[in-house]
Design a protein around this ligand. Structure first.
Ligand code: RNT
Ligand code: ZN
Length: 421
């Protein structure tokens, strides 16, 4: 290991030890937290279906035309390999149904089967990675009218219910093959552009459709269902059918995971504050860590205060066993591999910093009403050498520290990405 990284770590270790924090222990814990890496950053949420895809809808839109987008499953897997080699720790892959491999044949979404995902499973197996999965209720002609599971058209509803059922089988197959529960997240774009007169009708249809889709009990050792709400999207500005209250109620009533996407709430609401509320009533959560800029814009996750607060909420409460962490952003204006690496490393950095906090000491002061000491230490913590601990973690895990990873991405861009048309 690089001597300056080692030396800096030893000094940092002593600083943290002085406030009762064991840095080695913190890094052991960090290594136990997987992040589900979303496949869709690599190809701008395109997927590989053998048909003309519809418009994405619901506000899903990657903007930018940076060269090098993955055009085939092989390219996407190679790009993911490259990204994963620069992210410390062992993580998971989060795959959408539209990334099926159907051997050049058109297979509609209600007909998808586990075999269409075998290559992905084998890829994950070879790396000892777990996987998560998502039905794709957008970018399809049957979603172009803006409604899927809540559509007033029974045929459309049936189609999407069948897609959801097919995906649950695929998810359970993935979980069984990989020996780790596959979290299957349900997000639909359904909503009204303009002020509706029958919100209730659409929500009642969504509830009935979900009930039918999720009726079969599946083994939680292999498969877990999650539901994701949204505040608004492009084309669903006036009313989103699957709102927060809708899915919170649905998850509590049916004992499902609730997915909280950090870009899906009113700008003055924070997901960090919701975790300890919702976890009083659901067993587990899925987080889509994203970054809204004015709206649900899915920018690359940066190391900001809300990201750190989310990490602190998780670590201070030992919620890492109840919260599945996933990323959800898609930026097509920068190198896509760099986007994955930057976003994933930022989430891990936030978790690292949260693990370097003397949480019990802070809680003790708080319970005793000693807010002075609490504030003094919280402020001092901000200037402790967490960066030295993070660099050491990267070195331990054989991943470049600092921006050392960028040279690797640039090499890959020159040799591989720039050769793509
Ligand atoms: C959309 C949701 C959803 C998607 C992915 C691609 O607003 O956040 O999670 O981003 O399923
Ligand atoms: Zn999301």
């Amino acid at each position: 290991m690089n001597k300056s990284i080692q030396d800096a770590y030893q000094l940092a270790q002593a600083r943290y030890a002085a406030i009762g924090v064991d840095t080695d222990r913190a890094l052991e814990q960090l290594a136990q937290i997987p992040v589900s890496i979303h496949c869709w950053q690599g190809d701008d949420v395109g997927g590989f279906e053998v048909t003309e895809a519809g418009t994405a809808g619901g506000g899903i839109m990657a903007t930018g035309n940076y060269p090098g987008r993955a055009r085939t499953p092989e390219e996407l897997r190679a790009d993911l390999d490259q990204a994963l080699s620069l992210i410390p720790g062992r993580h998971r892959l989060n795959l959408h149904a539209c990334y099926a491999e159907t051997n050049g044949k058109f297979v509609d979404r209600d007909q998808l089967r586990p075999e269409h995902f075998r290559n992905w499973v084998e890829w994950a197996q070879a790396k000892g990675m777990g996987m998560d999965f998502n039905p794709t209720f957008f970018a399809h002609p049957k979603a172009d009218a803006g409604f899927t599971l809540s559509s007033p058209d029974e045929k459309i509803r049936r189609f999407w219910i069948a897609h959801g059922k097919a995906c649950r089988k695929i998810s359970a197959y993935i979980g069984r093959e990989l020996g780790s529960p596959c979290v299957m997240n349900i997000w639909i774009p359904d909503g009204f552009k303009d002020i509706p007169v029958d919100r209730n009708g659409a929500r009642a249809r969504l509830k009935a459709a979900l009930d039918e889709m999720l009726a079969e009990k599946l083994d939680p050792r292999y498969h877990l269902d999650a539901v994701e709400s949204k505040l608004f999207g492009l084309g669903s500005e006036s009313c989103v059918i699957g709102s927060h209250e809708f899915y919170l109620g649905y998850a509590v009533k049916n004992n499902l995971l609730l997915c909280l996407d950090t870009g899906h709430f009113h700008p003055t609401e924070t997901v960090s504050d919701k975790l300890s509320s919702v976890l009083q009533f659901v067993d587990e959560l899925l987080l889509h860590v994203s970054r809204p800029v004015r709206w649900d814009s899915d920018h690359v996750v940066i190391y900001n205060e809300e990201l750190l607060t989310i990490a602190q909420e998780i670590i201070r409460n030992k919620f890492q066993h109840r919260i599945h962490l996933g990323l959800d952003f898609f930026d097509a204006s920068i190198n896509r591999i760099a986007a994955w690496v930057i976003g994933a490393r930022n989430l891990l950095k936030a978790l690292c910093v949260a693990l370097l906090e003397p949480a019990e000491q802070l809680k003790t002061w708080e319970r005793a009403g000693n807010y002075t000491s609490r504030l003094a230490l919280l402020e001092d913590l901000k200037f402790l050498p967490a960066g030295a601990v993070w660099d050491y973690y990267c070195a331990l895990r054989n991943v470049p520290a600092g921006t050392g990873w960028l040279a690797e991405v640039e090499k890959y861009e020159k040799n591989i990405l720039n050769k793509r048309s």
